[in-house]
Structure formats: C-alpha cells, structure tokens
Design a protein around this ligand. Structure first.
Ligand code: APR
Length: 403
C-alpha cells in the first residue's frame, strides 16, 4: 500500500501515521516521503503555532551531518551561527572552555528550533507530504497487531480513525502515544530532579559570546544565544512558584547578581517575551516499541534541558527509525525495526548521563547542614578539575557537543 486513500467517512489510511510535527516527527516525515513511503503527520497545533514555538536552539555537529545527508540543512547553514565556547562563573571566579578546539573539535550550530521546524515543514509539504494540523491524536488502538489505528479529533472536534501499518509516536511526553501504552508494556525509568528553572526568552542581544553557566549560592543562572536580537536565559526557581511571580526588574536583577554582572560586565536587558517554568525531570521508556507503535523524541525519552540534548536525540532517532521503516515497508526487511530500540537506547542513556552530570555541576543543595556542605565542596572540586585538567576538558567537549 503506497497510495493514500480515504476509507469511509473522514477515515484515512497511510503506511505510517506520524503523531506530532516537532523535530522528531518532521525529520521522520521528510525521510519517509523522500523514500516514497506513504505517510501522514497528525499535529494538534495549527501551522502558525508549529512555525513559531520557541524551544531549543543548539544543534550538535552530528545533527547537522544528519540534516545535511538528507538535504534538510540549507536554512541552518544560511542563518545558523557556529558556536564553540562556554563560560562558567562561580564564587571562585570564571573560566572559559573553547570546546570547539577540545575533544573531537566539534561545534554547535545555533539555530532556533522554530526555524528548523519551519524548514522541515516547508520541505515536507513542498515534496507533497501530507499533514493534518489542528488534529489531535486521542489514542492508538490495536498496536499489538499489524493494523493499528489512531483515533483523532479533527479541527471541528469530530472523531475519525486513521488506519496504518505503523504509528510513529513523536508527540512528546504528554502525547497520545505514551498514553496508549498498556500498563506493563514498556518500562519507564524516571527521575524527578526536584529542581525547577524559569526559562526566559529576552528580546535582547546576547550578553557574552559563549554559553554562560553561573553557579551561585542563590541558584543556577544560564545564558544561551539564540539570534543577534534574542537570548535565552534560565534561572533556578522555587518549585511550584508561578512563572509570573517575579517582575521583569527582579528577573534582570537576579540574573545580573548570579552571573556576576558587576564584575564581568552588564547584561543586555530587554523585554522578556516568554517565560516558562520547567520542572526538571528525566525519563526513558524501554523498549521504544510496542508492536506497531514506535516512539521517538520526547515521547521516547525526556531529558533535562541542562545539556540541550533533547532535539538532537530526536533527530538521530528519527533518522534511525526512518531507515528501519523504509527497509520494512519497501524491502520487506524487518530487522531494522527489531533493532530500533536497542540501537537508540545507548545514545539516550549516554545523553542522560551527561545531562545528569551537568545538573550536578550546576546545582547544589542550599542548606547549611553538613551533607549540603559536603556536596557543595564536591561540586567545587568538580568545577576546579574542569578548569584545570585537559583530559577532563576533552571529555567534557566530546560529550557536550556529541550525541
Ligand atoms: N496529537 C497530535 N499532536 C500532538 C499531540 C497529540 N495528542 N500531543 C502533542 N502533539 C504535538 C505537539 O503539538 C508538538 O508539535 O507533538 C509535537 C511534539 O513536538 P516536540 O515537543 O517538539 O517533540 P519532539 O519532536 O520529540 O522534539 C524533541 O525538541 O525542543 C526540543 O527539548 C525539546 O526535547 C524536545 C525536543
């Protein structure tokens, strides 16, 4: 079955129904479309929301290689900017790591995720790819068999069914794919880090030419360039506190304090155009497959944003999954699908391990008790070793940019 068809009122058929038009779903859609596999993307949001949602922005060198391989990197080469340095600021001073000349010598490309998603969408639709916006997947049924169905609600709230051979769950951590897994079908490894960040998008130029990580007794603060006019900041924030609890003045004052602006230079202030509270959690589902339902991106594993791995893993998994689906659907070879989960999980766990290491580097307990003092002294030793040891710096660079 390679040609889409309508069956019954409102029902549609595709070889692969992809839930979600984020980086995972759209890379997968593009690769399947390019190989002639019939697919349909189902997305809850409307097209304008998908094209403008600001999220991550640091693409690893391997992500760029994947997108290059499939002719999907033109926009990021034209408008993205290479990035290769980070700076740590602590009570002991500051130090900079030019990670682009450490480890494997790889760099990031800074390219806002909404621009990547826009490029992927334009490419997919330009190649004739099918997508239904404002269509919410409600459940995946029959995934334990070879003819799964997705129940959806169309933009008018009318229910219909999509018939598929495979369903790709690329609809994030709260999507229908995860919800549809029967109890016990997959194991969830989960860690709530007990920490929260206030994620901010400021209409202001970056304040330093590096990713900034500030480790301060008041808590962590982060600085990440997005474009010459827009910068992302993070502030460690009290769990449960509302996103609008602090005034813009207080936010900038706290950022300036934690980032040592008095000593190292003022921050470029500007209107805060987006604030989101992120409760730092990580999880991994194992295996990434339940019958004919395959998981990729945030639906497969959630990473804390401490090392910017989420979108990069999503692209990697989508490429592996696309290859496996093409092998099966076009050549009758199911081995790639059988291997899919085992192939992705080592990458996911290595990314989890590094993200966790970063979290422990950037946050410490705040109490005056002996255990907190001990942990904070360890953290200081960890930072000192990163500042002074070339082999530690090479290790850091390799994992920081690598996926
Ligand atoms: N039905 C249809 N679409 C849905 C549903 C649903 N029930 N639930 C969620 N979606 C859509 C969302 O609107 C979103 O467009 O699925 C998409 C999921 O996209 P992302 O959240 O970007 O997830 P993913 O493609 O896995 O990308 C992973 O990108 O920004 C980073 O850190 C982020 O790690 C994340 C990474």
């Amino acid at each position: 079955m390679t040609v889409s068809q309508r069956v019954g009122s409102g029902d549609e058929t595709a070889d692969v129904v992809i839930l979600g038009a984020g980086p995972a779903g759209l890379v997968l859609g593009n690769l399947l479309q390019a190989s002639g596999v019939d697919c349909l993307v189902v997305e809850r949001a409307d097209a304008a929301q998908v094209r403008t949602r600001a999220r991550a922005g640091f693409l690893a060198a391997n992500t760029v290689r994947i997108l290059d391989r499939h002719g999907l990197a033109e926009g990021l080469h034209r408008r993205g900017r290479e990035h290769s340095a980070c700076e740590f600021r602590t009570q002991d001073g500051r130090f900079r790591l030019d990670y682009g000349s450490l480890g494997r010598g790889e760099r990031h490309t800074v390219y806002p995720q909404q621009e990547l998603v826009t490029d992927l969408l334009t490419h997919y639709q330009g190649a004739g790819g099918r997508i239904s916006f404002r269509t919410e997947a409600v459940a995946v049924v029959g995934a334990d068999g070879s003819r799964p169905e997705v129940t959806v609600r169309d933009p008018d709230g009318r229910p219909s069914r999509l018939h598929a051979r495979y369903v790709a769950g690329c609809d994030g951590r709260h999507g229908a794919a995860r919800r549809s897994l029967p109890p016990g079908a997959v194991r969830r490894h989960h860690l709530d880090h007990g920490l929260s960040w206030l994620g901010l998008l400021a209409q202001a130029p970056p304040s330093l030419d590096a990713v900034g990580y500030a480790v301060h007794p008041d808590g962590f603060a982060g600085h990440m360039a997005r474009t010459p006019e827009v910068t992302r900041y993070y502030l460690q924030y009290q769990r449960g506190q509302a996103a609008d609890a602090w005034s813009e003045q207080r936010i900038w004052d706290e950022l300036a304090l934690r980032m040592g602006a008095a000593e190292y230079g003022a921050l470029h202030r500007g209107p805060i155009v987006q604030r989101t509270v992120v409760d730092l959690e990580s999880d991994v589902l194992e295996p990434l497959r339940y019958g004919s339902l395959l998981l990729a991106g945030d639906a497969a594993a959630l990473l804390s944003p401490s090392a910017a791995k989420g979108a990069n893993l999503a692209v990697l998994e989508a490429e592996i999954l696309a290859g496996a689906l093409v092998d099966d659907l076009a050549h009758g070879d199911a081995r790639g699908l059988e291997r899919y989960s085992a192939q992705c999980l080592p990458y996911i766990w290595r990314a989890q391990e590094f993200s966790q290491w970063m979290l422990r580097l950037l946050h410490g307990p705040s109490g005056p008790d002996a255990e907190s003092l001990f942990h904070n002294a360890l953290r200081r030793a960890r930072l000192e070793s990163l500042r002074t040891s070339r082999s530690q710096q090479d290790w850091f660079a390799e994992h920081y940019v690598g996926v």
